[in-house]
Structure formats: structure tokens, C-alpha cells
Design a protein around this ligand. Structure first.
Ligand SMILES: [Fe+2]
Ligand SMILES: [Fe+2]
Length: 127
């Protein structure tokens, strides 16, 4: 299958699941892009609304795949903790995390207000 860039026999079953998840994520992101362009260009309000609905569902599909990657594929969790649900200058977060000796956890200055050192504040806030 052309989704592989290395001999498939050299990939573990988990590696192959990573390929499936990453390919699926790419497809969901492409769908968001295409639907959004159609929403922007459509003139009929009903088809515009339908395609906006579809676009937003593709966001759900994409984020479900991302969450599986976060839980499963090394690396995602750390970078998500550095960059997601922050405010301010996104490009400054890497330097801030490095300066604070973080290993992927968002720097204190970038965390949502009220979050604790365990990083569970944002979970509490959404419930
Ligand atoms: Fe739907
Ligand atoms: Fe989808």
C-alpha cells in the first residue's frame, strides 16, 4: 500500500496503527479544508449550512484521532501540553517551556488561569 514509506514487514502492528491514524487524520483535515472552502463559496443558505455542519463534524473526527495519538504515540502528549489551550504568543511557548525546564508541560505563564501544577485545572474547568 502506498501509505508506507518503509517495508511494511519492518513495522509493528502498533506502527501500522499509527500509519492508519495519521493517514486518517490527514484525510479529516483535508475534508475540513474542502468543506470550509465550499461553505465560503456556496450561495444557497441551506447547502452552506449543511456543508458547515459537515465541516464541523470533520473537526470532531480529526480531534478524536488526535486524542488517540496523544494517548498512544510517544511525543504527541508532550507537545500538546506545551501548545494547546494556551494564550499569548504561540511562537514564544517553546522558548518558555525550554527556559522553565519543562518536558512538554505548558509553562506556568501559558497555562489557563486557575490550573494547578498537575495540569488538571483545565479538565476541571470544562466539567
Ligand atoms: Fe452530521
Ligand atoms: Fe470524517
Amino acid at each position: 500500500m502506498d501509505q508506507y514509506h518503509e517495508p511494511v514487514a519492518e513495522l509493528t502492528p502498533l506502527d501500522r496503527d499509527f500509519v492508519r491514524a495519521l493517514s486518517s487524520l490527514k484525510e479529516e483535515i483535508e475534508a475540513i479544508n474542502w468543506y470550509h472552502q465550499r461553505v465560503a463559496a456556496a450561495s444557497d443558505p441551506q447547502i452552506k449550512a449543511i456543508m458547515a455542519h459537515n465541516r464541523d463534524e470533520e473537526m470532531e473526527h480529526a480531534i478524536m484521532g488526535l486524542e488517540w495519538l496523544r494517548r498512544t504515540m510517544p511525543g504527541w502528549d508532550a507537545v500538546m501540553r506545551t501548545y494547546l489551550f494556551t494564550t499569548g504568543d504561540i511562537t514564544a511557548l517553546e522558548d518558555a517551556a525550554t527556559a522553565e525546564g519543562q518536558t512538554g508541560e505548558a509553562p506556568q505563564s501559558a497555562r489557563p488561569a486557575g490550573s494547578g501544577s498537575l495540569g488538571i485545572g483545565s479538565l476541571k474547568a470544562t466539567r
